[in-house]
Write a protein that binds this ligand. Structure first.
Ligand code: F0G
Length: 387
């Protein structure tokens, strides 16, 4: 990280406006841009999800439309461009799956060697498949995300590998553009709330920074409130936010959730995230495995779909409206962070009533839509469809 900062020309001690201009202009030459055409993701109104969430209206900013299917691409274009600018040959990340998929694609596209570290057996197959296909050297470590990150932070320095986790400031700069796009799509009308899932908390840090800078630039006149939703089994930031003192985050040593993307117990960006939540007058909520699974099926029925972590947003909105924190008539945008096809195994299990939480408890298939097996006979198929 420090290497990146020194190598960039971005002055760290001047006004936010200046910093913003510097941040987007960090490349000396636009030939250095590394892009797979990320961004410009749609803002999709979802009346069915709004009703489920206790709102009059709700729109999803769907990051699953990005080239590798998650919001990570918005940051990776910047992070990998900076890696190339520094002249490094190898880049690495620790990931719950999406960062590694994105980094593998962007690094390979830029001619760099991607090395990824993932928790063995704990990322969805869709994401692992992407990393393999995009040519990443893939190391499955027998530890959880937090333990591997601590390990790799030491290793990267020793081996001279450029680290592309969300502690990398260039990735955060790139992820800010999700908010710029959103405001542009809304004609610079600020929503009351922006709701997003929280894992390592890089994204909420990026959103908060981007929003504050847009306000400083006069592009928007106020800040929306940011609501971060965590999975109940991996909710250290929720615990911190609700604690009497917010000085120190107590890590969750064994984070547990089927939403593997946010299965993180010791989020590195918590101080920045806490600053953005408090500055925006936002909040933090947590949701159960059942709530995530049901909300996900509802988003699916809107014809939109997403991966489990993303669905925490709608589950959180439902809780926050029920508690009176978000008003029914509030103008709310939820960010769907990843594509439905990232984790098809979870979906199949939910709809066939075989999804189980990590403690072995069964998740009810409340909005299940199981496939039906039919014989290859026209009459019998017709009879099934007329039932
Ligand atoms: N949603 C999805 C789909 C994610 O992949 C992640 C993070 C998050 C939400 C949480 O974002 O960490 O910025 O708070 N995935 C990381 C990864 C950790 O390695 O792919 P965050």
């Amino acid at each position: 990280m420090w290497r990146a900062r020194r190598a960039s020309n971005a002055p760290l001690d001047q006004s936010g406006v200046w910093r913003y201009r510097e941040a987007i202009a960090f490349l000396d030459d636009y030939a250095g841009v590394v892009t797979l055409r990320e961004g410009n993701t749609p803002l999709l109104p979802a009346p069915g999800a709004a009703a489920y969430g206790g709102l009059d209206a709700l729109a999803f900013k769907h990051q699953g439309f990005n080239p590798t299917g998650s919001f990570k691409d918005n940051g990776m274009t910047c992070g990998v461009a900076q890696a190339k600018r520094l002249g490094v040959k190898r880049v690495a990340c620790v990931s719950t799956g999406n960062t590694s998929a994105s980094m593998a694609a962007y690094a390979s596209a830029a001619g760099l060697q991607p090395i990824i570290f993932i928790p063995h057996g704990n990322i969805s197959f869709g994401k692992l498949a992407q990393a393999l296909e995009y040519g990443a050297r893939t190391l499955q470590v027998e530890a959880n995300f937090d333990q591997i990150l601590a390990l790799v932070r030491q290793l990267a320095e020793k081996l001279g590998i450029y680290l592309l986790n969300s502690i990398n400031p260039f990735r955060i700069e790139g992820q800010k553009t999700i908010m710029v796009e959103l405001m542009d799509q809304r004609d610079w009308r600020v929503p009351d709330w922006i709701v997003l899932p929280g894992g390592n908390l890089g994204n909420v840090s990026a959103f908060g920074k981007g929003l504050r800078e847009m306000r400083e630039l006069g592009l928007i006149d106020r800040l929306p409130r940011l609501a971060v939703i965590q999975a109940a089994g991996a909710a250290p930031f929720y615990n911190l936010y609700r604690a009497a003192s917010r000085d120190r985050l107590n890590a969750v040593v064994h984070p547990e959730t089927l939403a593997t993307a946010i299965k993180i117990g010791d989020p590195v960006s918590w101080p920045k995230a806490l600053y953005e939540i408090t500055t925006s007058g936002g909040t933090v909520e947590k949701v159960t495995e059942q709530e995530i699974a049901d909300a996900k099926a509802i988003i699916g029925r809107c014809g939109i779909g997403c991966e489990p972590a993303s669905a925490a947003t709608l589950a959180g909105i439902r809780k926050l409206t029920a508690a009176g924190v978000i008003a029914a008539e509030a103008d709310v945008v939820a960010v769907l962070t990843g594509n439905l096809l990232k984790d098809p195994d979870y979906i199949h299990r939910y709809h066939t009533g075989t999804l189980e939480a990590l403690d072995g408890s069964k998740i009810a298939s409340n909005f299940g839509n199981p496939p039906e097996v039919v014989p290859a006979e026209a009459d019998r198929i017709a009879a099934v469809l007329e039932r």
